[in-house]
Design a protein around this ligand. Structure first.
Ligand code: PMP
Length: 431
């Protein structure tokens, strides 16, 4: 048995399912998970010292590459000062000021340790500010594991809260309405059903939790208009897209101003940090200024803030996102070409430093049903073929892929060579 398989046996004795977050368990693809020993630039090395080109990138949190030398230098210094105080520090101001300087929709920020907390707080704040109860979310969008948003009734114009996890009473999600991404009519129906009671609409402006789905032209603007019409707050969950699809996230890319923004992943530079931000008129309702309560022992942890600041300063350099776009476009175009040549139905798309692919006969992947109806069996075979050739993709067909600044043309070329091999194998074996 490899060290890795040994570790998985051991892991299953001490961790639920052998992991600390479900998708890491490889349940969607079968086999035992990769135990990572270290990362360097675009690569991961497992405990058997096998090298992989990494396209998970800590689920998007790593933007600069693994063990980024500039971040290590800053962290060395930060660690000498102590690891956390639960008190005000200057470094948290620096990160907040950096976020505010880049995102015009944000006047002020509250840091949290996870995207889940930030999303939960944004919803509580929206309800506190508006005095309304309902929230609208989209089937297939993920906003962390707080009760109110752990609802995904799939498609259907208007579906009232059916929890997607055990342990959530129906009463708790009765105020959660589920609409269909890229379908403004389904959103309009939710608003029309409760015209005076929708506090907020929350959306991943580019969805990364049902593979990658970009908004169709006019969709985000339509959401903005409906929120204005019905007096609800528009919340952009930019945990994935923030500082990844462009310097100003999806809001900059598509030119839409949300009322509240949720950030995570890149803003912690790979360490645990997330945030919500918005206009003063909304944010001032949070404690200690206002009556909406939120707190966190580790919020604004100085080590995470220091790593996040290096990340945001680096991504602000000219050309950073052009590099992302060149690499992800080359990769998805190459993937598409190879698949077409081998007559494997596949749709691949990219937005900045996010990309995705689906084995599907559809022309365009625009909503959850398209991904749900894709060839999951073929994805599994592809995933394992790529893994065997040293390419680490997300171990589920419902996740987006990422990239770092350390991924260059030679890595894309190596990845496409592996793609060619694996797709040939899939065609030959009729998978
Ligand atoms: N929102 C989005 C869009 C996410 O992708 C995630 C996590 N992948 C979250 C919220 C939750 O963040 P966390 O895992 O840090 O709680």
């Amino acid at each position: 048995m490899s060290t890795q398989q040994d570790l998985f046996v051991r892991a299953q004795r001490c961790l639920v399912g052998g992991v600390n977050s479900p998708v890491r368990s490889f349940r969607a693809v079968g086999g035992s998970p990769v135990f990572v020993a270290r990362g360097e630039g675009p690569y991961l090395f497992d405990v058997d010292n096998k090298r992989y080109l990494d396209y998970v990138c800590s689920w998007g949190a790593i933007a600069l590459g693994h063990a980024h030398p500039g971040t290590i230098d800053v962290l060395h210094h930060a660690l000498q000062q102590g690891f956390g105080f639960g008190a005000a520090t200057e470094i948290e101001l620096s990160l907040a000021e950096k976020i505010i300087s880049v995102l015009p929709s944000i006047d002020c920020v509250r840091m949290t340790s996870s995207g889940t907390e930030a999303a939960m707080t944004a919803l509580r704040l929206a309800r506190g500010v508006t005095g309304r109860n309902k929230i609208i979310k989209f089937g297939g969008c993920y906003h962390g594991h707080a009760d109110a948003v752990l609802v995904d009734a799939g498609s259907g114009a208007l579906t009232c809260g059916v929890p997607s996890s055990a342990g959530i009473p129906t009463e708790v999600v009765q105020h959660t309405l589920v609409a269909t991404f890229n379908d403004l009519d389904s959103v309009e129906q939710c608003f029309a059903a409760y015209p005076d009671d929708v506090a907020a609409l929350i959306v991943e402006p580019v969805v990364g939790n049902m593979n990658l789905i970009a908004p169709q032209a006019g969709f985000l603007a339509g959401l903005r208009a409906l929120c204005d019409q019905y007096g609800a707050l528009l919340i952009f969950d930019e945990v994935m897209t923030g500082f990844r699809v462009g310097l100003q996230g999806a809001q900059g890319l598509y030119g839409i101003t949300p009322d509240l923004t949720i950030l995570g992943k890149v803003i912690g530079g790979g360490l645990p940090a997330a945030a919500l931000g918005g206009r003063w008129a909304v944010m001032e309702h949070l404690a200690p200024l206002g009556s909406v309560y939120q707190a966190g022992t580790l919020s604004g942890n100085p080590i995470a803030m220091a790593a996040g600041l290096v990340a945001l300063e680096t991504v602000s350099r000219p050309g950073f996102y052009e590099h992302f776009t060149v690499q992800t476009t080359a990769l998805t175009a190459g993937l598409h070409d190879i698949a077409q040549r081998l007559t494997v139905p596949l749709v691949a798309q990219a937005v900045g430093g996010m990309w995705g692919f689906v084995f599907s006969e559809e022309q365009h992947i625009t909503c959850f049903d398209h991904v749900a109806n894709s060839d999951v069996h073929r994805f599994r075979a592809f995933f394992h073929g790529m893994l065997a050739r040293g390419v680490y993709l997300p171990p589920s067909p419902f996740e987006a892929c990422f990239m770092t600044a350390a991924h260059h043309a030679q890595h894309i070329a190596a990845t496409l060579n592996a793609v060619e091999d694996v797709l040939q194998e899939i065609v030959r074996d009729h998978v």
